[in-house]
Design a binder for this molecule. Sequence first.
Ligand code: ATP
Ligand code: MG
Length: 379
Amino acid sequence: MTFLLKPGELSLKKGNKAIFQRILLRNLTALLAGTSAQIQSRDGRIYVNCADEAAEQAESAFSHLSGITGWARARTAEKTENAVIAACVEEARLCFEEGAKSFKFESRRTDKSFPLTSYKLNCAAGEAVLNALPNFKVNVKNPDVKICVEIRERAFIYGKEKPALRGLPVGSAGRGLLLLSGGIDSPVAGFLMLLRGLRLNAIYFHAYPYTSNEAKQKAVMLAALLRRYSINLKLFVANFASVQQRIKERAPEAWATILLRMAMMEMASMVARREKCACLVTGESLSQVASQTVENIASTQSRATLPVLRPLIGMDKESIIKKAVKIGSYPISILPYTDCCSIFSPEHPVLHSRTDEAARLYSALELDFSKIELETPAI
Ligand code: ATP
Ligand code: MG
């Protein structure tokens, strides 16, 4: 079985094209590991040959590959006029049986020794289909299905193209550390950034024994979901129970969440630098909750030593939920376990913190991150 994959935006990247392509192929190879599929890349297309039994696994790999616009199962044929036309009729029959009412052919002839020009091939294939399937109509402007014919080393014929993730190959924008809570927003934020080429690691803060093991398990499940797109994603789990205890003892209650976020930013920056991540990613969205006003974001950010990317900053909750449903994180995110942010959380939090006051309260905590327990659970 042969699949044809269409690389996306990387065709725009001129000088960097070769690097992007190399990363895309490396990611595809990793996603197809264990399938014994063969990958070939030629003239802006990627071909994957695999055994029929591996087709499902291969399609699952393509659906997790950032950097392609679509893929299709392709029929291959000898490069003779008869063989190509026969394969075109077969492909058309399949599309018709699957419900398409109209079609058009679109041919590309890379091998100019093939006797028919692209235009003549379109006409000949169209005529053969009309003879075989009189109820299947030609529609050049807006067909239900566009059947593509590519004459290369062999002839490739494919009808239904499946839409892929688009985006850029994971890793082409370097590596970032996602602050992954058990909530709805942060997995979506991670997903959006990996579509922009960021390879991800993740860090989850819990407060065991104040929070449960099930809460941690949620973060593990969300990390496992993201790992299907960002291969080798590593999850770090930091126990902030002592930090939260210290905040409770030394800071005004209204400041608890801001100070906790500041501590998360500081520790995340340390872990990110150690793991060679060049930025942090959060699921913050402006004014969604008290800790996400501009002033409170400023206070939180003051402890970060790397750029903080916030892809959801301008999105409303409804659109975020839609994305979460689409990527499959939503059912995990809504499992009902307590997050560390909700313990000791103030009833009347500070809404417009001043960064100088935040700095003063924070330094009075005298936190020592070298004592924080940091695990890397298997995901
Ligand atoms: P989410 O669905 O991401 O939890 P939220 O609306 O609950 O979003 P907040 O709880 O205010 O938002 O958190 C804002 C961001 O801070 C999160 O998106 C995440 O990036 C980070 N964050 C919050 N809690 C944690 C945590 N326990 N561990 C790691 N990161 C966290
Ligand atoms: Mg949260």
